[in-house]
Design a binder for this molecule. Sequence first.
Ligand SMILES: Cc1ncc(COP(=O)(O)O)c(C=O)c1O
Length: 391
Amino acid sequence: MDEIEAFCHRYGVARKNTSSLKWDALQERFGDVSLLPMWVADMEFKIPESAEQDLIERIKHGVFGYTIVPDSYYDIFFKWMLERHHAVVKKEWLRFATGVVNSFYWLVNALTEPGDSVIILTPVYYPFQNAVTDNKRNLITSELMNKEGRYEIDFADFEKKIIENQVKLFIHCSPHNPVGRVWKKSELEQLLAICAKHDVFIISDEIHQDIIREDVEFVSALAFEKYFERLFVLNSASKTFNLACLLHSHVIIPDENNRKVYDQYAKTIHQAEISVLGMVAAESCYRDGADWLKGLLNVVEYNYQLLKNILAKRAPKIFISEKEGTYLAWLDLSSYVKSAQVRDFVQKKCGLAVDYGEWFGPHTQSFIRINLATTPQNIQYAAEQIAANIV
Ligand SMILES: Cc1ncc(COP(=O)(O)O)c(C=O)c1O
């Protein structure tokens, strides 16, 4: 607990009245400013001091003109990918974007035509659905199978849906938000093989790649050279180090033809491709942020166990999914709360703002997602509110 307290003391920060989406948009998003925000994947922790210092230095220079990416950036990022994830990335494969969501919207446009079918595994991070429907593509969902809180892929259903709908593109969440799975190599291999068999492009959104439980191994889709001709990998330092609004992310495209397709599309929608502060922060975090990340992962795991323990004692029929990765907890309230009443229960009775299961796909109205990248005090409060208000 000492380590947890020390991290929270050193990096914890009050975010109210700082134009924070999580803290200052409660009225707009939930209709109630008094809720404790446990929603949106955004933390209550400051970035590593070294990154803060590097940003200050860059800002003091006072010039924010067009910027190139220095070799040091590539070296540090490639080292991170190799040492942490055993993934080789080459300079010519890498493109920069102003966020992972932006880049999968672009890829949907670059790789498919209006009316084409795009498949996702639900429940999943809701912008996946939006990227398909906003772009007038046909949304196909294959539901993950919930086996007592541990989610698995229904490969037969996935393949059947691909065939039936002549699916052109699969958007994969790996590690998976919200269910917390870190997909095994064999699972990834099977998914990729099905996509290859039916000529389906794959976008692997790996933004949560660094938020992994200690005893679990993350495998990037970049481990599968055999499938490079259909693969696009998206990642960023932004989830790991909470840099989302510095608008800097990676699009990794191992195949030369695919790079041409992407570049051709990208130049029709954006020209200035680099956010200088995003780049400085990411380089600094990849270089010097390992200890900070270790501290964060300890807090996330501690909070997950805290939530589980409180609820196991006081509301034992709430199902909490096993969390192998991400800093998100996925809870099924169905034993105590009717689906139609989840919102009232969470907001009016418990005073919390969470992500609702219904945002993530069909058949998850009784679920909520709770953000664990916060102080144990907030987790304790949220868990006790839930426990105290169930009947
Ligand atoms: C799976 C996934 N992809 C993308 C994002 C957001 O990425 P960005 O802020 O770079 O658009 C999130 C944020 O929580 C996420 O969970």
